[in-house]
Design a protein around this ligand. Sequence first.
Ligand code: NZQ
Ligand code: ZN
Length: 385
Amino acid sequence: MDNFTYFNPTKVHFGKGQIATLKEEISPNSRVLLTYGGGSIKTNGVYEQVLDALKECAVFEFGGIEPNPHYETLIKAVAVAKQEQIDVILAVGGGSVIDGSKFIAAAACYEGDSWDIITIGGGCVQRALPLGCVLTLPATGSEMNRNSVVTRAATQDKLSFGSDLVRPVFSILDPQTTYTLPARQIANGAVDSFVHIMEQYMTYPVNAKVSDRFAEGLLLTLLEDGPAALATPDDYDVRANLMWTATMALNGTLKNGVPTDWSTHAIGHELTALYGLDHAQTLAIVMPALWRYKKEQKKGKLLQYAHRVLNITEGTEEQQIELAIQKTEDFFSQMGNPTRLSDYNLTEKDIPAVQEKLTEHGLLAIGEHKDITPHDAAEILRLAL
Ligand code: NZQ
Ligand code: ZN
């Protein structure tokens, strides 16, 4: 088991009716910037609950943060935060609204060109406004982590930064807010969480039993409750288990003591920035192909996954690994995210641009062994044609 440092100060209020706890988290008379997306919160009662809880605060609104939040949009919110002398940002929505709000929180206190925060990274963030969240889409774990992914639309750059200063101070997770999610977003959330777990699990064994068994328990929950959420959309317990799984998948717990990969995400981000695929669609394409490409190096963990999660016991090791990959592809397809580039009308001619973008972004050696080059990434995508 490897060394680690674990830090996660985000307070979580989980369950029915918890939006009312905003009253305890945000002091009366605070100047609050309420950030949200394209308007889903105004049609499902979340907006009313939030305003009700913030009656004694001065609330300023910034809506219109799009999926894969655009830098071009976020800098407008930064101007509002500065002009209105905002005390606290409250992000209400999915990962895009929360990620965007992390950037706003940091950029509102940054003296130089705010794009530095993305290109230099979180190390240049010295201060940030406090951030609270009301999560409405279980997927990214952003509600309980230090990461933010921002897209500069003009240059098709989708890049991330991380800083402890933008970790949410608190996050409210009421599974009832997820009832209005379209099936596509339920599916995206389950696949994204699944891949977050795998980026921290599917590497090589280091005898870190706690992280491994946490990961396996969460994977089993997704395999059960992902399809269940599509089949029985009004089942509270299914929604609750999915929501907490998505948070646990990327709140730092699973990486304790283990190597991590993250190459599926790196390649996937380029596919989204170049061709507009949903984040989870890109992951469903890349991960199975990457496992096939790296199956010798990932052999120990692929077999562990096959045995402990998928209960595969028959056949040679080679056959067990291939079956485990196929069953994973079946799960993604069952969730509505097929696993081939051709399923999204992409072909061989779309691959070189991904290789070029990875090179441009300095992602020259990724994966747990730092041996996946942009050329390898192109070969991986060719396995997913
Ligand atoms: O904008 P609104 O109108 O709210 O609609 C959203 C959006 O269209 C809708 N939605 C959210 N909650 C809803 C709802 N619709 C109905 N009812 C609800 N309760 O869902 C759509 C997608 O929302 P979005 O926030 O974009 O989805 P998600 O949570 O999957 O976030 C994706 C973004 O997070 C980044 C991704 O790259 C992408 O930019 N990630 C962030 C990570 C992190 N911070 O740690 C890690 C992830 O790997 C990921 O990269
Ligand atoms: Zn992800």
